[in-house]
Design a protein around this ligand. Structure first.
Ligand SMILES: Nc1nc2c(c(=O)[nH]1)N(C=O)[C@@H](CNc1ccc(C(=O)N[C@@H](CCC(=O)O)C(=O)O)cc1)CN2
Ligand SMILES: Nc1ncnc2c1ncn2[C@@H]1O[C@H](COP(=O)(O)OP(=O)(O)OP(=O)(O)O)[C@@H](O)[C@H]1O
Length: 192
């Protein structure tokens, strides 16, 4: 069978995005709290000083309490600013008192200095056991991780797991994924 064209792949991903966004509406507070707790433990095990989190979009797991916890633990917290489509994200320093500015696609970013993270938390709509993820389709995290080459931790609910995801040449698998059930060490394909 011929390899699927990128347009077929983009279509497949689009369908899956809709389905997974609906599933995420079942998010409970207890699940979110459990996820944040596992995520905090996993981050604090690592030496990373500058941790890139995300400020939530509607329906997403809310990492704001985690941002405060990380800050209180002495880590620097950075948040992404959504750049024009086609470029990697940039990250800005966040403090509990930071003003948040409106950015592209309904995202918010702090007014702090631009900085480079040494650990990146990555949101997704779906993931598989190899660590592949499906995002909002901007290709932002794939471009960002390709450029930064720093460790990344995916986070989301266990219900967002699918058996296998359609994948393209730029998709970078995550080695660690944290859900409300705990930490998953994925099995990235050997050929990588
Ligand atoms: N909380 C959070 N922040 C994040 C992300 C995320 O997934 N979650 N991102 C993860 O990458 C980046 C923002 N990426 C996004 C990409 C597309 C759309 C979006 O709504 N796209 C619509 C509209 C597109 C358009 O108007 O052209 C769409 O594709 O239908 C939103 C965020 C950076 N910040
Ligand atoms: N490093 C890259 N260089 C060039 N194009 C890329 C790169 N990464 C992704 N793309 C392209 O960007 C588009 C969107 O990618 P994809 O569907 O994987 O986004 P996503 O992972 O769902 O979104 P996000 O990373 O923003 O959450 C695709 O057409 C993909 O081929």
């Amino acid at each position: 069978m011929a390899a699927p064209q990128i347009s077929d792949l983009d279509l497949l991903k689009k369908e899956l995005r809709l389905k997974m966004a609906q599933l995420r509406q079942t998010l409970s507070y207890a699940d979110e709290e459990a996820l944040r707790t596992f995520l905090l433990q996993e981050i604090l095990l690592r030496p990373a000083r500058k941790v890139a989190a995300v400020w939530p979009l509607a329906g997403e797991v809310d990492l704001r309490p985690l941002c405060h916890d990380l800050y209180a633990a002495g880590r620097d917290v950075l948040l992404p600013e959504t750049t024009p489509k086609g470029s990697p994200l940039i990250f800005r320093q966040w403090f509990p008192a930071s003003e948040m500015n409106a950015g592209r696609f309904g995202t918010l970013h702090p007014d702090g200095e631009i900085d480079i993270p040494d650990l990146v938390l990555v949101p997704f709509l779906a993931f598989d056991r190899f660590g592949y993820r499906l995002g909002y389709g901007g290709g932002y995290y794939d471009r960002t991780l390709a450029e930064l080459n720093v460790p990344a931790i995916g986070f989301g609910l266990s219900g967002q797991r699918v058996s296998t995801l359609p994948k393209g040449p730029y998709d970078i698998p995550l080695e660690t994924i944290v859900t409300e059930r705990g930490v998953i060490r994925t099995n990235p394909p050997k050929s990588q």
